[in-house]
Ligand binder design. Structure first.
Ligand SMILES: *[C@@H]1O[C@H](CO)[C@@H](O)[C@H](O)[C@H]1NC(C)=O
Ligand SMILES: *[C@@H]1O[C@H](CO)[C@@H](O)[C@H](O)[C@H]1NC(C)=O
Ligand SMILES: *[C@@H]1O[C@H](CO)[C@@H](O)[C@H](O)[C@H]1NC(C)=O
Ligand SMILES: *[C@@H]1O[C@H](CO)[C@@H](O)[C@H](O)[C@H]1NC(C)=O
Ligand SMILES: *[C@@H]1O[C@H](CO)[C@@H](O)[C@H](O)[C@H]1NC(C)=O
Ligand SMILES: *[C@@H]1O[C@H](CO)[C@@H](O)[C@H](O)[C@H]1NC(C)=O
Length: 513
């Protein structure tokens, strides 16, 4: 029999050789890096990486060179993955994170520094999420204004697609960084998302603790690319041969979910914001009222499970309702339909299908002269501001923050006089000169044949608006508001909340007599 020492001496170099030559050395997962923000209490941050199966891994958190927490685990086979969950941490920093891998007498060390604890938000979607600070209004001023926000940290994920779910990111465009004019204004539609940044900046101003922002978006992509096959199946969406449009590249179903979202599911997150929908104008538009809620549910379940329960099961999910663009077709209803479907056909969120969500209404932020086309409005500040109000109310429990525009509580056909009253839930501000024949429209129906006719406003009070429906001599079966691609000029829609100046969202509603 060989002496144990001799056996070890033989095995160790062998394991080491396997480790090095199979390309799975000791390292953190791609997105653990200096300057990062880890999710603060009450959740524990998941820390993970790769190593040599069987090796022991010790993760230690240091503050001012003092070890304040140590976690021990071992590298699993055959995945080569090690993973620990830190104890919940109060917001703040900076910390240093050190990981050791021990295999017999061999010891490998990884160190990352200037780590902060705070809230980590993931920002995803298509080009309106991708637009950088360079492309928005007041770009120069916004880019130079970063000094006060060094605790807001950025990570921007590369445009990668995959046929299979990846466990780790293939590539990042911008490693975890402090904000600078250079990384905020790197180029057009390349890191870092302006909306993500501005949202984080507003949150930081309120919360006064670190915010981590992860940007993962790709222009021109439909929701199907960001959805898992499981999630698409629940909506009956399949890649069918007969579909008029061939689905290739980053538009292919699930390819961005696989490569740009799934790798993050093991990370502890606070929430997600989303700006997408334009690309579904002509692609499974009628399914968006299913695919969007299904995506939210699937991301929530996957992130919760992936983080071993650290990311909240029903984490807050905020999104931007589509803005406006100059459609050549006057009666184009594709944008209004997507806006409606973005709310699962409720007209507002949160609702019973979309719990713990919040939405920024932006149909009044159209931008005729955008050098990037009117589909890319440049006022992202107002979008971020409205979205952060939703986050404060829904994600941070500030119950007195108003984040929704006025919503209709009641539609009443008055028996006499051909009038219809809409009762709003809040004090409304009406810009009379902005009313048009397309502001309110009624479905005038004979049997099941309906026509949309203008419903002209007669009078209004602080909460009630009275419309003239006399021009419909048949049955008024439905009413809709702001049902057009471009319902108004910049910040000049007809209806706002009197106090907050938040716009009333568009709606369409049946009238039950
Ligand atoms: C971004 O787009 C604008 C408008 O088209 C153009 O003037 C500018 O040169 C572009 N910047 C870069 C870095 O490509
Ligand atoms: C699109 O996705 C399907 C299913 O994953 C795959 O079979 C097909 O090869 C993909 N097409 C392209 C062009 O990537
Ligand atoms: C979604 O919208 C389509 C088309 O407008 C409609 O037929 C369908 O009933 C809606 N589905 C849900 C779940 O609301
Ligand atoms: C741009 O800056 C001007 C002057 O400070 C300000 O009035 C305007 O609201 C800013 N625009 C946006 C979209 O923030
Ligand atoms: C708006 O509708 C009213 C009533 O149907 C009609 O008299 C008026 O001409 C319309 N105005 C425009 C600008 O279309
Ligand atoms: C309808 O609204 C008007 C104000 O626009 C109000 O004076 C009137 O009482 C309302 N009628 C009913 C039945 O609520």
């Amino acid at each position: 029999m060989l002496a144990p020492g001799f056996a070890l001496g033989l095995v160790l170099p062998l394991l080491l050789w396997v480790g090095i030559h199979s390309g799975v050395g000791f390292h953190f997962a791609s997105y653990f890096d200096s300057y990062m923000v880890l999710q603060k209490e009450p959740a524990g941050a998941v820390i993970w990486g790769y190593g040599i199966p069987g090796a022991m891994v010790t993760v230690t958190l240091f503050h001012d060179e003092k070890a304040i927490m140590t976690k021990v685990t071992s590298v699993k086979a055959p995945s080569h993955v090690w993973m620990v969950i830190l104890d919940p941490m109060k917001p703040g920093g900076p910390y240093e994170l050190v990981a050791h891998q021990t295999l017999g007498i061999m010891r490998f060390t990884l160190k990352i520094h200037d780590i902060l604890f705070g809230d980590v938000w993931l920002c995803s979607g298509q080009s309106n999420m991708q637009m950088t600070v360079l492309q928005i209004f007041n770009a120069t001023e916004e880019m130079s204004n970063t000094e006060a926000y060094q605790s807001v940290r950025l990570l921007s994920i590369s445009l990668v697609q995959s046929e299979k779910e990846l466990e780790d990111l293939d590539e990042v465009d911008l490693e975890w960084s402090k904000p600078t004019s250079g990384n905020l204004g790197h180029g057009n539609f390349t890191y870092m998302s302006a909306l993500c940044w501005l949202f984080g900046r507003y949150l930081y101003e309120t919360l006064k603790y670190p915010i981590g922002l992860i940007s993962s978006s790709w222009g021109g992509t439909p929701i199907e690319a960001w959805s898992s096959p499981r999630s698409l199946r629940t909506c009956g969406v399949y890649l069918t041969r007969g579909f008029p449009e061939s689905v290739t590249g980053p538009r292919n179903h699930s390819v961005l979910w696989n490569a740009m979202i799934h790798p993050l599911h093991t990370m502890t997150l606070k929430g997600v914001i989303w700006y997408q929908g334009e690309s579904n104008m002509d692609y499974y538009r009628d399914k968006y009222n299913c695919t969007f809620p299904a995506l939210i549910e699937d991301w929530r379940q996957t992130f919760h499970d992936g983080s071993q329960g650290q990311t909240e099961r029903f984490f807050p999910f905020g999104f931007v309702q589509l803005s406006s663009y100059l459609s050549p077709e006057i009666s184009d209803e594709r944008f209004p339909e997507i806006r409606w479907h973005q709310t699962a056909d409720f007209g507002f969120v949160p609702n019973t299908v979309m719990r713990n969500t919040f939405m920024a209404v932006t149909m009044d932020l159209g931008d005729r002269d955008s050098p990037f086309g009117s589909i890319h409005p440049r006022d992202k500040q107002t979008v971020a501001y409205r979205l952060h109000l939703g986050a404060r109310a829904v994600a941070y429990g500030e119950t007195d923050v108003i984040f929704q525009g006025p919503l209709p509580d009641k539609l009443e056909l008055l028996s006499r006089g051909g009038l219809l009253n809409i009762t709003y839930n809040r004090h409304i501000q009406i810009y009379l000169q902005k009313l048009s024949n397309r502001t309110f429209e009624m479905a005038c129906c004979v049997e099941h044949r309906c026509k949309w006719l203008p419903a002209v406003m007669k009078v209004f009070s602080s909460h009630i608006l009275t419309l003239d429906v006399l021009s419909c001599t048949a049955t008024v079966a439905a009413l809709r508001y702001a049902w057009s691609t471009w319902p108004c000029e910049y910040k000049q829609c007809p209806l706002y909340d009197y106090h907050t100046k938040l716009p009333a969202p568009p709606f369409t509603s049946f009238i039950i007599d």
